[in-house]
Design a protein around this ligand. Sequence first.
Ligand SMILES: NC(=O)C1=CN([C@@H]2O[C@H](COP(=O)(O)OP(=O)(O)OC[C@H]3O[C@@H](n4cnc5c(N)ncnc54)[C@H](O)[C@@H]3O)[C@@H](O)[C@H]2O)C=CC1
Ligand SMILES: O=C(CO)COP(=O)(O)O
Length: 333
Amino acid sequence: MTRCAVFGTGSWGTAFALVLADAGCEVVLWGRRKELVDAVNTTRVNPDYLPQVSLPDSVRATTDAAEALAGADFAVLAVPSQTLRENLGAWAPLIEPQTVLVSLMKGIELGTAKRMSEVIAEVAGVGPERVAVVSGPNLAREIANRQPAASVVACADEAVAKRLQAACHTPYFRPYTNTDVVGCELGGAVKNVIGLAVGMADGMGLGDNTKATLITRGLAETTRLGLALGADPYTFAGLAGMGDLVATCSSPLSRNHTFGTNLGRGMSLAETIAATRQTAEGVKSCESVLDLARRNGVDMPIVEAVVDVVHNGRPTQEALQALMSRSAKAERH
Ligand SMILES: NC(=O)C1=CN([C@@H]2O[C@H](COP(=O)(O)OP(=O)(O)OC[C@H]3O[C@@H](n4cnc5c(N)ncnc54)[C@H](O)[C@@H]3O)[C@@H](O)[C@H]2O)C=CC1
Ligand SMILES: O=C(CO)COP(=O)(O)O
């Protein structure tokens, strides 16, 4: 039987643990807080993040990383992106040689502008054949309710991607393989920032033309960044690109979208942060995405506008005006 350790008992870690269990894996879910871990083991429910979903007996929770990692085929990482380096540093010595590390995270590291797979390779000292990514239109609550969805499992080594695909394939969760790790990760990280922008437009009361424009031009700037970093441009037309962007930009379940909506409605940044209990990766990653773009000479005006609003306090109306008053261009630029 395939053994999986899932690190992070938040909404996506817990929902993905359910997917793995439904696909026939034995799953150990690692959490920081003993009360939550005990609650999962005794009630079969994660009361803080997915209270409506009952977990099967093949999911067990622990606070002990060594116990979670013992004999693991896959170690699935679902902690907030900015905490990965520190957490993984503590877990790395416990990782066995057969274990493949799987990132569920959709962020770019602040300061280094590194993708999560790069942080994993660096901190755990593993090669690309032991690092995989799962990314797609996968709002945790819908997956936990076993609503049909598809996703992408990416690894430079296709055989490893296929093993992971088999480990998480269920009647409601359909994973496709891809070897373009860079494209899949960029799709996931940048869509959170575009989701913030679309949320702002929603909050400002703007309509579907504005949203479609932000989504489409958002995908154009994501693709530009991807091309500069060696990604396959077709990835951005797939589930980890367009698919995830559409889900995030249209769903009230998206934390990034909701965060942007609150700002667009006129809530202050402090009020918006206080109203957000869960991880909205784009709030921090907008800065690291912009950093990555600048390091590579890529123009990302929507990302820049989001940074201006979220970190420089620029009013949303003014940021939108600045975007609309850019010089006229050919569509492919
Ligand atoms: N929720 C969703 O629908 C999806 C989320 N993701 C990605 O998955 C990643 C995790 O997100 P969620 O599970 O949704 O977040 P969440 O906010 O629901 O849960 C985060 C988890 O990390 C824990 N945590 C917070 N700070 C920590 C630290 N310093 N060290 C260790 N653990 C810490 C929290 O206690 C919680 O268990 C993010 O990168 C997100 O973009 C990807 C696809 C879908
Ligand atoms: O990544 C997601 C859906 O695929 C979840 O989006 P949020 O992090 O904005 O909730």
